[in-house]
Design a protein around this ligand. Structure first.
Ligand SMILES: [Zn+2]
Ligand SMILES: [Zn+2]
Length: 289
Protein backbone atom coordinates (compact mmCIF):
# COMPACT_ATOMS: atom_id res chain seq x y z
CA UNK A 1 0.00 0.00 0.00
CA UNK A 2 2.88 2.33 0.83
CA UNK A 3 5.02 1.00 -2.00
CA UNK A 4 4.57 4.20 -3.94
CA UNK A 5 6.30 6.04 -1.08
CA UNK A 6 9.22 3.65 -0.64
CA UNK A 7 12.08 3.08 -0.37
CA UNK A 8 12.57 5.92 2.07
CA UNK A 9 15.87 6.71 0.37
CA UNK A 10 17.18 5.72 -3.06
CA UNK A 11 13.91 5.45 -4.96
CA UNK A 12 14.65 8.23 -7.42
CA UNK A 13 12.88 11.43 -8.36
CA UNK A 14 9.24 10.41 -8.51
CA UNK A 15 9.31 8.50 -5.21
CA UNK A 16 10.77 11.65 -3.65
CA UNK A 17 8.01 13.74 -5.24
CA UNK A 18 5.34 11.44 -3.85
CA UNK A 19 6.91 11.41 -0.36
CA UNK A 20 7.02 15.19 -0.28
CA UNK A 21 3.55 15.65 -1.71
CA UNK A 22 2.05 13.16 0.76
CA UNK A 23 3.73 14.77 3.80
CA UNK A 24 3.08 18.33 2.65
CA UNK A 25 -0.57 18.07 1.69
CA UNK A 26 -1.61 15.74 4.51
CA UNK A 27 0.13 18.02 7.04
CA UNK A 28 -1.43 21.08 5.42
CA UNK A 29 -4.94 19.64 5.60
CA UNK A 30 -4.46 18.53 9.22
CA UNK A 31 -3.01 21.89 10.36
CA UNK A 32 -5.42 24.07 8.43
CA UNK A 33 -8.69 22.18 8.62
CA UNK A 34 -8.58 19.37 11.19
CA UNK A 35 -6.74 20.89 14.18
CA UNK A 36 -8.82 24.12 14.35
CA UNK A 37 -11.97 21.99 14.08
CA UNK A 38 -11.17 19.63 16.93
CA UNK A 39 -8.83 21.56 19.25
CA UNK A 40 -9.34 24.92 21.03
CA UNK A 41 -6.56 26.71 19.17
CA UNK A 42 -6.63 30.49 18.91
CA UNK A 43 -5.21 32.57 16.12
CA UNK A 44 -2.12 34.69 16.70
CA UNK A 45 -2.86 36.64 13.53
CA UNK A 46 -4.37 39.98 12.64
CA UNK A 47 -6.32 40.56 9.48
CA UNK A 48 -8.19 38.24 7.19
CA UNK A 49 -6.86 35.79 4.67
CA UNK A 50 -7.49 36.48 1.01
CA UNK A 51 -10.31 34.70 -0.77
CA UNK A 52 -8.84 31.63 -2.45
CA UNK A 53 -5.52 32.07 -0.62
CA UNK A 54 -5.28 28.49 0.63
CA UNK A 55 -5.86 26.99 -2.82
CA UNK A 56 -3.45 29.43 -4.45
CA UNK A 57 -0.72 28.66 -1.93
CA UNK A 58 -1.29 24.91 -2.15
CA UNK A 59 -0.78 25.15 -5.92
CA UNK A 60 2.13 27.58 -5.61
CA UNK A 61 3.90 25.02 -3.40
CA UNK A 62 4.11 22.45 -6.21
CA UNK A 63 7.16 24.13 -7.78
CA UNK A 64 9.26 24.17 -4.57
CA UNK A 65 8.24 20.57 -3.82
CA UNK A 66 9.49 19.50 -7.27
CA UNK A 67 12.73 21.42 -6.69
CA UNK A 68 13.23 19.76 -3.30
CA UNK A 69 12.68 16.32 -4.88
CA UNK A 70 15.30 17.28 -7.46
CA UNK A 71 17.73 18.20 -4.67
CA UNK A 72 17.18 14.79 -3.08
CA UNK A 73 17.74 13.04 -6.41
CA UNK A 74 21.03 14.92 -6.75
CA UNK A 75 21.97 13.77 -3.23
CA UNK A 76 21.19 10.16 -4.21
CA UNK A 77 23.33 10.45 -7.34
CA UNK A 78 26.25 11.99 -5.46
CA UNK A 79 26.03 9.34 -2.75
CA UNK A 80 25.94 6.48 -5.27
CA UNK A 81 29.09 7.87 -6.87
CA UNK A 82 30.85 8.02 -3.49
CA UNK A 83 31.21 11.80 -3.32
CA UNK A 84 29.41 12.38 -0.02
CA UNK A 85 29.81 11.45 3.65
CA UNK A 86 26.43 9.73 3.68
CA UNK A 87 26.41 6.17 4.99
CA UNK A 88 23.98 3.26 5.14
CA UNK A 89 23.17 0.48 7.61
CA UNK A 90 21.94 0.37 11.17
CA UNK A 91 24.23 1.80 13.88
CA UNK A 92 26.41 -1.12 15.09
CA UNK A 93 26.56 0.07 18.71
CA UNK A 94 25.21 2.60 21.21
CA UNK A 95 27.95 5.11 20.39
CA UNK A 96 26.94 5.16 16.74
CA UNK A 97 23.31 5.55 17.77
CA UNK A 98 24.33 8.47 20.00
CA UNK A 99 26.23 9.97 17.09
CA UNK A 100 23.09 9.80 14.94
CA UNK A 101 21.22 11.70 17.63
CA UNK A 102 23.95 14.34 17.84
CA UNK A 103 23.99 14.65 14.07
CA UNK A 104 20.35 15.73 14.31
CA UNK A 105 21.42 18.53 16.65
CA UNK A 106 24.16 19.52 14.19
CA UNK A 107 21.62 19.53 11.37
CA UNK A 108 19.32 21.76 13.43
CA UNK A 109 22.01 24.41 13.92
CA UNK A 110 23.30 24.19 10.35
CA UNK A 111 19.79 24.36 8.93
CA UNK A 112 18.85 27.26 11.17
CA UNK A 113 21.97 29.26 10.25
CA UNK A 114 21.46 28.58 6.55
CA UNK A 115 17.82 29.63 6.73
CA UNK A 116 18.58 32.83 8.63
CA UNK A 117 21.36 34.07 6.36
CA UNK A 118 19.80 33.05 3.05
CA UNK A 119 16.57 34.65 4.26
CA UNK A 120 18.41 37.90 4.94
CA UNK A 121 19.93 37.64 1.47
CA UNK A 122 16.44 37.19 0.03
CA UNK A 123 15.49 40.50 1.63
CA UNK A 124 18.17 42.29 -0.41
CA UNK A 125 16.00 44.52 -2.57
CA UNK A 126 16.68 42.99 -6.04
CA UNK A 127 16.16 39.45 -4.75
CA UNK A 128 13.18 40.53 -2.68
CA UNK A 129 11.41 42.17 -5.59
CA UNK A 130 12.03 39.39 -8.11
CA UNK A 131 11.97 36.32 -5.86
CA UNK A 132 11.03 36.57 -2.17
CA UNK A 133 8.10 38.98 -2.54
CA UNK A 134 6.01 36.04 -3.71
CA UNK A 135 6.22 34.47 -0.24
CA UNK A 136 5.34 37.81 1.35
CA UNK A 137 2.11 38.16 -0.59
CA UNK A 138 0.80 36.26 2.45
CA UNK A 139 0.54 38.75 5.30
CA UNK A 140 -1.78 36.35 7.12
CA UNK A 141 -0.06 33.00 6.47
CA UNK A 142 -1.58 29.54 6.34
CA UNK A 143 -0.01 26.09 6.65
CA UNK A 144 0.24 26.10 2.85
CA UNK A 145 2.34 29.29 2.94
CA UNK A 146 5.13 27.01 4.15
CA UNK A 147 6.47 26.22 0.69
CA UNK A 148 4.55 28.85 -1.23
CA UNK A 149 7.54 30.64 -2.67
CA UNK A 150 9.52 31.13 -5.87
CA UNK A 151 11.38 28.11 -7.34
CA UNK A 152 14.61 30.16 -7.26
CA UNK A 153 14.09 30.64 -3.52
CA UNK A 154 13.49 26.89 -3.23
CA UNK A 155 16.83 26.15 -4.94
CA UNK A 156 18.61 28.47 -2.50
CA UNK A 157 16.83 27.35 0.66
CA UNK A 158 17.14 23.62 -0.11
CA UNK A 159 20.78 23.80 -1.29
CA UNK A 160 21.95 23.15 2.26
CA UNK A 161 20.43 19.66 2.02
CA UNK A 162 23.21 18.92 -0.47
CA UNK A 163 25.92 20.86 1.37
CA UNK A 164 25.45 18.99 4.67
CA UNK A 165 26.28 15.73 2.86
CA UNK A 166 29.85 16.98 2.48
CA UNK A 167 30.20 18.39 6.00
CA UNK A 168 29.54 15.46 8.33
CA UNK A 169 28.71 11.75 8.18
CA UNK A 170 24.95 11.31 7.96
CA UNK A 171 22.83 8.21 7.66
CA UNK A 172 20.96 8.23 4.34
CA UNK A 173 17.62 7.44 6.00
CA UNK A 174 18.18 10.14 8.61
CA UNK A 175 18.98 12.65 5.89
CA UNK A 176 15.70 11.89 4.14
CA UNK A 177 13.54 11.70 7.28
CA UNK A 178 15.02 14.90 8.69
CA UNK A 179 14.34 16.86 5.54
CA UNK A 180 10.82 15.49 5.32
CA UNK A 181 10.37 16.80 8.86
CA UNK A 182 11.65 20.26 7.91
CA UNK A 183 8.71 20.36 5.50
CA UNK A 184 6.41 20.00 8.49
CA UNK A 185 8.37 22.68 10.37
CA UNK A 186 7.79 25.18 7.57
CA UNK A 187 4.08 24.43 7.63
CA UNK A 188 3.74 24.52 11.41
CA UNK A 189 5.54 27.86 11.50
CA UNK A 190 2.89 29.36 9.22
CA UNK A 191 -0.17 27.67 10.72
CA UNK A 192 -1.39 30.86 12.44
CA UNK A 193 -1.81 29.43 15.93
CA UNK A 194 0.67 28.22 18.48
CA UNK A 195 1.61 24.60 18.35
CA UNK A 196 2.18 25.44 22.05
CA UNK A 197 5.06 25.84 22.04
CA UNK A 198 6.35 25.42 18.51
CA UNK A 199 8.98 22.67 18.75
CA UNK A 200 10.97 22.31 15.57
CA UNK A 201 14.21 21.10 17.12
CA UNK A 202 15.48 18.47 19.50
CA UNK A 203 17.06 21.21 21.64
CA UNK A 204 13.72 22.90 22.17
CA UNK A 205 12.18 19.63 23.25
CA UNK A 206 14.98 19.24 25.82
CA UNK A 207 14.47 22.84 26.94
CA UNK A 208 10.77 22.21 27.42
CA UNK A 209 11.49 19.14 29.49
CA UNK A 210 13.96 21.02 31.71
CA UNK A 211 12.43 24.48 32.23
CA UNK A 212 8.85 23.81 31.20
CA UNK A 213 6.62 25.84 28.87
CA UNK A 214 7.79 29.33 29.70
CA UNK A 215 9.62 32.01 27.73
CA UNK A 216 13.31 31.37 27.31
CA UNK A 217 15.86 31.82 24.58
CA UNK A 218 15.77 28.17 23.61
CA UNK A 219 12.07 28.14 22.74
CA UNK A 220 10.61 29.27 19.45
CA UNK A 221 6.96 30.07 18.75
CA UNK A 222 4.69 30.25 15.72
CA UNK A 223 4.19 33.91 16.60
CA UNK A 224 7.89 34.54 15.86
CA UNK A 225 7.74 33.83 12.11
CA UNK A 226 4.14 34.98 11.84
CA UNK A 227 5.35 38.44 12.87
CA UNK A 228 7.88 38.35 10.01
CA UNK A 229 4.93 38.35 7.59
CA UNK A 230 3.66 41.55 9.20
CA UNK A 231 7.05 43.08 9.99
CA UNK A 232 9.37 41.94 7.18
CA UNK A 233 12.40 43.65 8.71
CA UNK A 234 12.21 41.46 11.80
CA UNK A 235 12.51 37.74 12.47
CA UNK A 236 14.45 36.06 9.68
CA UNK A 237 14.67 32.81 11.70
CA UNK A 238 12.25 29.92 11.51
CA UNK A 239 13.76 27.03 13.47
CA UNK A 240 15.37 28.78 16.43
CA UNK A 241 15.60 32.43 17.43
CA UNK A 242 19.19 33.08 18.52
CA UNK A 243 20.36 34.61 15.23
CA UNK A 244 17.66 37.26 15.47
CA UNK A 245 18.75 38.11 19.01
CA UNK A 246 22.46 38.15 18.13
CA UNK A 247 21.98 40.25 14.99
CA UNK A 248 19.43 42.67 16.46
CA UNK A 249 16.59 41.65 14.17
CA UNK A 250 14.20 40.54 16.88
CA UNK A 251 11.06 42.67 16.97
CA UNK A 252 11.10 44.91 20.09
CA UNK A 253 7.60 43.77 21.11
CA UNK A 254 8.18 40.06 20.62
CA UNK A 255 9.38 39.17 24.13
CA UNK A 256 6.43 40.99 25.71
CA UNK A 257 4.04 39.16 23.39
CA UNK A 258 5.52 35.78 24.22
CA UNK A 259 5.51 36.49 27.94
CA UNK A 260 1.84 37.43 27.70
CA UNK A 261 1.16 34.26 25.74
CA UNK A 262 2.71 32.00 28.34
CA UNK A 263 1.18 33.98 31.20
CA UNK A 264 -2.24 33.35 29.68
CA UNK A 265 -1.68 29.59 29.87
CA UNK A 266 -2.32 27.23 26.99
CA UNK A 267 -3.83 28.81 23.93
CA UNK A 268 -2.90 32.33 22.93
CA UNK A 269 -3.15 35.94 24.00
CA UNK A 270 -5.69 36.60 21.34
CA UNK A 271 -5.44 37.72 17.80
CA UNK A 272 -2.31 39.50 16.77
CA UNK A 273 0.84 40.73 18.39
CA UNK A 274 0.82 43.84 20.51
CA UNK A 275 2.99 45.90 18.18
CA UNK A 276 1.46 49.27 17.39
CA UNK A 277 -0.37 49.98 14.16
CA UNK A 278 2.22 52.68 13.41
CA UNK A 279 5.01 50.17 13.73
CA UNK A 280 3.12 47.82 11.44
CA UNK A 281 2.68 50.53 8.84
CA UNK A 282 6.33 51.42 9.11
CA UNK A 283 7.54 47.91 8.48
CA UNK A 284 4.83 46.47 6.27
CA UNK A 285 6.20 45.74 2.81
CA UNK A 286 9.59 46.97 3.98
CA UNK A 287 12.71 45.27 2.67
CA UNK A 288 16.08 45.22 4.30
CA UNK A 289 19.05 42.98 4.81
ZN1 LIG B 1 7.09 32.71 5.91
ZN1 LIG C 1 10.99 37.12 4.39
Amino acid sequence: MTGWLTPLYGGGYWVAVRQLAAVYYVTGVVLHYVVPAVLPVKSVQKGERRKGQVTAEALQSIGPLLVKAGVWTLVEQLQQRGYTKLYTGWPPDAWQALYMLLSVVALDYLHDAWFYWTHRLLHWRPLYIHVHALHHTSTVPTAFTGYSFHVAEAALVFANEVLVCFLLPLHVGLHRAYHLFTTVIHQGGHAGYEVAPFLPTLEQLVSLAIVGPRPCGALNTVRHHDMHHRFPRSHYSLYMTHWDRICGTEHPKYQADVTAHFASGAGAVGRGGQASGAAQQQQRHGVAG
